[in-house]
Structure formats: structure tokens, C-alpha cells
Design a protein. Structure first.
Length: 377
């Protein structure tokens, strides 16, 4: 293939959730740089909506129609993914979506390498409810991610004999949360499921630290806050020390002690510095660019149907470990890790599970979905 392989990169690197997008862009650029050094003709076409929802469609259209991209690695928020999907379908392209999401979707024009609920929410509950109890307070960003995650949490809690003691939604940029904290203090939940995004999440975690200072019953070891979308790239946005001890689920943490991750971090540090922590967004975008490029080369064409056949069903060695994308759903089987925020700007992994096959529509029974975690500490 003589012409460069052009891959669109569609992430907001500024705005309320810019930390996610910066990590995604940097991971994608690291992958492209490594491929070019190996003689692979790959070219990234960067498009940045700058946090403006309406610009995702405009920029996706430019990538597909004017820039010659048949493949786009992009979007963080589910709202943006849903907005650009009709264009992806219209242009017979592939969207490579790397972020954890709320499930109940499978599209032949999307490759999902981010976790769906049976790979993050279910194992979180299976770990926390036996240890802390089933009285759970639910928080959600006021859009599809928060709505659907909290809906699933309500159904799951009912099936497990638990209860929802409170539920609130906040805009992404909302930071006035005194009333929310007062309600949590009154309800005294077993733990809190945090599906907030960006500034609202950071303000909430800071306020919970102050609440724990006032009332030790809300210390993280007694009443933890657990998130399915909080990563290393955001910890600097939270006041220093405020989130220590809180929990997050992910398919990758910077602190994973594996040969693959040690090698990956050494490569990334050579470009971005030894002090930087690398998140699941960084590693996910890195692997998406690499897998997309390798599949195009293997297929000998950028045609999405041929690329899907080249990437699905095979085992790929990645920084997350062996990765297989199910050709029935286009979803990757992913490991589950539960991390505890430490004082060094990262996560200590306290429980893990080997790759879980994606079940985006939760078609399995509760028995088959039950998780058995390996507790690290």
C-alpha cells in the first residue's frame, strides 16, 4: 500500500472533559510515531471539537468526506458517539471507540475496545456489596452515560437484594454540591456509585473528603466512592490528597506490574517524560491506532468489512494483555481491575479479574454473570 493510511482522531482536548481527550490524543500519537519509525505509512488527521457538542458532527463529516479517512478513533462521551454514528454509517466507515460506556449497543460500523457494564459495573457491585453493604447512593452526569448507568445500577441492586437510598444527576460543569453532600450525610449509604464526569466529579470528591474529615463514617475505607470512569489523567484536577482511598474500575491502570505494561510505559515515558501516569484512555487510543493500522495492512484495504474480518476473532497482544474482539458484537473481552487512589497520583490495584467477554445487552443470567475476583490486598 503506497498511500499513507489516514486515521481520523476526534477528541476534545479542552473544555470540561479535556483531560480525557488529551490522553487519548497523546496515546494515538505515540502509536503513530512508533508505526512510522517501523516504516508503516500511517498519518493521523487530528480534529478537536474543543468541548463543543455541535462540532463533533461537523468535524466527523470533514474527516470522512474531505480528509479521506475511512477510520476514526474518537469521541469520549456517549452523546458524541451517538451523534457521529449516523455519519459513520452513511460513509461506510469504522469508528474505534475506546471508552467505558453504558452498553446496550452493537453496531457493525463501531469497534468497541472500551468496557461495557458487565465488564465494569457488575464486578464493582460484586466486590463492594459483600464488603460494605447494599444501601447505595447513585450519582450520574445528566446525559446518557449517567442515566443508563444509574438505571442499570437500580436493576442490579434489586436483583442483589440491595436498595437505592438516593439518586441525583448533575451537569458536567456543575460544582455547587452542598445540598447533595447534605443528602448523602443524611442517608448514610454503604457506598456511592459516582457516574459524574469532569468538574462535577472533581468537586464531589473534594467535598466528600471534607465530609469524611467532619464525620469519620464517610472515610473511604468505610463508605467508599467508586467510579467507572475516573482515571489517572484526571487526578491532578482534584485538590491534592482529596481523593486518596477512593475507588475506580478500569481495564488498565498505569501501576499494573506486567512485562507488557513495563515495556509500554518505558516507550511512553521516552516521549512524554518519566513522571507522567498513563491512563486507560491513553493506552486505549494507543492500541486502537495500532490495531486499526495492522488490520488495514493485513486486509490490504481500508474497507471496513475487510478490516473487521482482519481484527475480529483473533487474539492480539496488547498492553492490557491478550485482547480478542468478538465478531458477533464488535466488542473486546477486557480484564477488570479495581484501583484505589494513592498519594502518588495513581492507583493501587486491589482486585482483578482476567478478561471478561463483553455482554453489551446483559443477556446472561445473574449466575453466569457473577464475578469471582482475585483480591490483591
Amino acid at each position: 500500500m503506497g498511500a499513507p493510511i489516514r486515521i481520523g482522531i476526534l477528541y476534545s482536548t479542552t473544555g470540561a472533559y479535556g483531560a480525557f481527550g488529551r490522553d487519548c490524543r497523546d496515546g494515538a500519537e505515540l502509536a503513530a510515531d512508533r508505526l512510522v519509525r517501523k516504516g508503516v505509512p500511517v498519518e493521523l488527521v487530528i480534529a478537536d471539537p474543543e468541548g463543543e457538542a455541535s462540532r463533533y458532527v461537523t468535524l466527523a463529516r470533514e474527516l470522512l468526506r474531505d480528509k479521506g479517512c475511512r477510520h476514526i478513533v474518537g469521541t469520549v462521551l456517549s452523546a458524541a458517539r451517538k451523534d457521529v454514528t449516523p455519519l459513520i454509517e452513511k460513509h461506510d466507515a469504522l469508528l474505534w471507540y475506546i471508552c467505558p460506556y453504558e452498553g446496550f449497543e452493537a453496531n457493525e460500523n463501531i469497534i468497541y475496545t472500551g468496557a461495557c457494564p458487565n465488564q465494569h459495573l457488575l464486578p464493582v457491585f460484586d466486590h463492594l456489596i459483600p464488603r460494605h453493604g447494599g444501601r447505595v447512593f447513585l450519582l450520574g452526569a445528566n446525559y446518557v452515560w449517567g442515566w443508563e448507568m444509574n438505571r442499570l445500577a437500580r436493576e442490579l441492586l434489586r436483583s442483589m437484594g440491595g436498595e437505592v437510598v438516593g439518586e441525583r444527576f448533575l451537569p458536567i460543569d456543575e460544582t455547587e454540591i452542598d445540598r447533595l453532600i447534605a443528602e448523602i450525610r443524611l442517608q448514610r449509604p454503604s457506598f456511592i456509585l459516582n457516574n459524574l464526569i469532569g468538574p462535577s466529579s472533581y468537586a464531589f470528591l473534594a467535598a466528600m473528603s471534607e465530609l469524611a474529615r467532619q464525620d469519620p463514617a464517610f472515610r473511604p475505607e468505610l463508605c467508599p466512592v467508586v467510579s467507572c470512569d475516573l482515571t489517572e489523567c484526571e487526578l491532578a484536577e482534584i485538590p491534592a490528597g482529596a481523593a486518596i482511598g477512593q475507588l475506580a474500575a478500569a481495564s488498565y491502570f498505569d501501576s499494573l506490574d506486567t512485562p507488557e505494561n513495563r515495556a509500554f510505559k518505558a516507550t511512553a515515558a521516552a516521549r512524554y517524560g518519566v513522571g507522567r501516569r498513563f491512563s486507560s484512555f491513553f493506552s486505549g487510543a494507543y492500541e486502537a491506532v495500532r490495531l486499526c493500522t495492522e488490520a488495514i495492512i493485513a486486509a490490504g484495504t481500508e474497507d471496513p468489512a475487510d478490516v473487521r474480518r482482519a481484527v475480529c476473532g483473533k487474539v492480539h497482544q496488547t498492553v492490557q494483555g491478550p485482547l480478542r474482539i468478538d465478531p458477533r458484537t464488535n466488542h473486546a473481552a477486557l480484564p477488570f481491575h479495581l484501583g484505589r487512589i494513592n498519594g502518588d497520583g495513581g492507583f493501587d490495584v486491589i482486585a482483578s479479574r482476567p478478561p471478561i467477554a463483553a455482554d453489551p445487552y446483559l443477556t446472561g443470567t445473574r449466575a453466569t454473570r457473577a464475578t469471582h475476583l482475585r483480591v490483591v490486598s
